[in-house]
Design a protein around this ligand. Structure first.
Ligand code: PEP
Ligand code: MG
Length: 591
């Protein structure tokens, strides 16, 4: 049913992951269903019909259960509504039509049911009679339930059914769904909602697939089968692009190819300014498979290993041994470079089904990260031991997320000391001098940075969270994305305070939030005195490219001016001007 959008149409959203792709789209509707037609071999037709019948039985059980609950808590007349659903579920004409489609077209039951039910719904919606029109809504509801059962949507939408390349269009994609995306089939994605530093956006950059979020309403307007072009540089999606548009994007691809060549040249060089200031440029990774990209893009090790992605999309948390294998593999592959493993940061927009985290009213302010780990000492212990043990294999460092006060740091360090005692007793090797750092991502941590600095070996500023907590602007909510301003004077002052506290206490400070990978903002961070930048592998080259073209003196000037400015927009404009003048090639593919 492609083609709701007639002619070329542009949608604008937030550009979160660079690149351009064009393809047919697959739409995951709000309920996260993507109906894809699949051809079946003849021997699979009968089992497919059985699968359909089984889904009907399951749906009947579910409706009866809901009806029973409604009757208990409300009135029987409300519960009667479900009788209409049950009747439709037994409608022989509908059922036989579905079976006929499966048979004749040798296709999957979800596609067949969706096709038949949609036809029915369209007929009901077209009649004058109000009663019958209401039945269309009932049938839509019922059809959703049957499809959920056919697609086993209950746990998660499952992208295994994709068999050809597409652009995924969805209302939202959770980080755990995004982590499952297969780059072979998902060329890019676009969502109605989301922000630049949501973990979904971060994963898109890490997977290096073009992505646009916050393109409000797009999932309602597009249909599976529509053709679109997605521009992850400028946050644009063009449906039914004309030849002229395709030509223009062809030019963009040429510019990109020539930029890639320039970027490749700096990959083996270090991130040093024209006047000799070296910045440690490292990468953010989500699992061991990202190591290849770290090496390919010439990052100096890992500045942030987000370990929580080892915990999601699985039945049970990984054991100490399983974690050890992964940490060891990464440490060994990147030796002698350092690998900073961040302890588990679950919660917020990252959930693990097996841990049964309850949905909270304010997940970002709730039971997350170090708070969660300190309350689950056994889970935490397994991770701490695995990290300590991996430190015997390479240059491993560790840091804690979401430190809000000294107590948490002391408690975590006490657990580490206990693990060390155990390992010594078990004769298991680890690096006695393993360096431990704290992430600075909560304003309270900045305000007590001098206290924290005396107890850690380094700071890593988590600007994604620091910005959302300081400005009270949810990092995943596109409606407040205009308030989520990295160049807000409050943010710059907090970064400066952190740098000053770190340096006064003889420790180094890095930034591992998304601003570290933004070529427009990197010079400002260098000017503010940051020692390390850690970003998605795919953007490392650009950051290195610009650092190699600036002078520390100029970057400091930029930072000084920014610190005295009152307007975030003005500061940002200055940063853009500075970056465009210093490295114009980086911006030729931006509108
Ligand atoms: C941050 O908050 O900036 C950060 C790097 O951590 P995460 O994005 O995983 O919350
Ligand atoms: Mg964070």
């Amino acid at each position: 049913m492609a083609g709701l959008v007639k002619g070329e149409k542009f949608y604008r959203g937030i550009a979160v992951s660079a690149g351009v792709c064009r393809s047919k789209v697959v739409v995951l509707h709000r309920s996260r269903r993507a109906i894809i037609k699949r051809d079946l071999p003849p021997e699979s037709v009968a089992p497919e019909i059985k699968r359909f019948e089984h889904a009907l039985v399951r749906t009947r059980q579910q409706i009866t259960e809901v009806q029973r609950r409604v009757a208990d808590t409300m009135s029987s007349s409300e519960a009667d509504i479900f009788d209409a659903h049950l009747l439709m579920l037994e409608d022989r004409v509908l059922i036989e039509e579905v079976i006929k489609i499966i048979h004749e077209q040798r296709t999957n039951a979800d596609y067949a049911f969706h096709t038949a039910a949609d036809r029915y719904i369209a007929v009901l919606e077209a009649v004058e009679d109000e009663y019958l029109r209401e039945r269309a809504a009932d049938l839509r509801d019922l059809s959703g339930r049957v499809l959920d059962n056919l697609l086993e949507v209950k746990d998660q939408f499952n992208l295994r059914h994709l068999t050809e390349p597409c652009i995924l269009v969805a209302h939202d994609l959770s980080p755990s769904m995004t982590a499952q995306l297969d780059r072979k089939f998902v060329l890019g994605f676009v969502t109605d909602i989301g922000g630049k530093t949501s973990h979904t956006a971060i994963l898109a950059r890490s997977l290096d697939i073009p992505a646009v979020v916050g393109a409000q309403g797009i999932s309602e307007e597009l249909e599976t089968g529509d053709y679109a072009l997605l521009d992850g540089y400028n946050g644009t999606v063009v449906v039914n692009p004309t030849d002229q548009t395709l030509f223009e994007y062809g030019q963009l691809a040429k510019i990109k190819a020539s930029l890639d060549e320039k970027l490749r040249e700096v990959q083996s060089q270090s991130a040093v300014t024209l006047d000799g200031r070296t910045i440690h440029l490292s990468a953010n990774i989500e699992d061991q498979h990202d190591v290849k990209a770290v090496l390919a893009h010439g990052a100096e090790g890992v500045g942030l290993f987000r370990t929580e992605f080892l915990f999601i999309n699985r039945e049970h948390p990984p054991t100490e041994e399983e974690q050890l294998q992964v940490y060891r593999e990464v440490a060994a592959a990147l030796k002698p470079h350092s690998v900073i493993i961040r302890t588990l940061d679950l919660g917020g927009d990252k959930f693990a089904s097996h841990l049964q985290l309850a949905r909270e009213m304010n997940p970002f302010l709730g039971w997350r990260a170090i708070r969660f780990c300190l309350a689950q000492p056994e889970l935490f212990r397994a991770q701490l031991r695995a990290i300590l043990r991996a430190s015997a294999e390479g240059n491993v460092k560790m840091m804690y997320p979401m430190i809000s006060g000294l107590d948490e740091l002391i408690q975590a360090n006490t657990l580490v000391e206990k693990c060390k005692v155990e390992l010594r007793a078990e004769n298991i090797p680890f690096a006695e001098n393993l360096e431990i750092g704290a992430m600075i991502e909560i304003p309270s941590a900045v305000l007590i940075a001098d206290t924290l600095a005396k107890r850690v070996k380094f700071f890593s500023i988590g600007s994604n969270d620091l910005i959302q907590y300081t400005l009270a602007a949810d990092r995943t909510n596109e409606k407040v994305s205009h308030l989520y301003e990295p160049t807000h004077p409050a943010i710059l002052r907090l970064i400066k305070m952190t740098v000053d506290a770190a340096h006064a206490n003889g420790i180094w400070v890095g930034v591992c939030g998304e601003i570290a990978g933004d070529a427009i903002l990197a010079p400002l961070l260098v000017g503010l005195g940051v020692d390390e930048l850690s970003a998605a592998p795919a953007v490392i080259d650009q950051v290195k490219y610009i650092i190699r073209r600036i002078k520390l003196t100029e970057a400091r000037q930029l930072a000084e001016t920014a610190l005295t400015s009152e307007s975030p927009t003005e500061i940002f404009a200055r940063c853009i001007e500075f970056a465009r003048q210093t490295a114009p090639s980086l911006f030729e593919n931006k509108a």
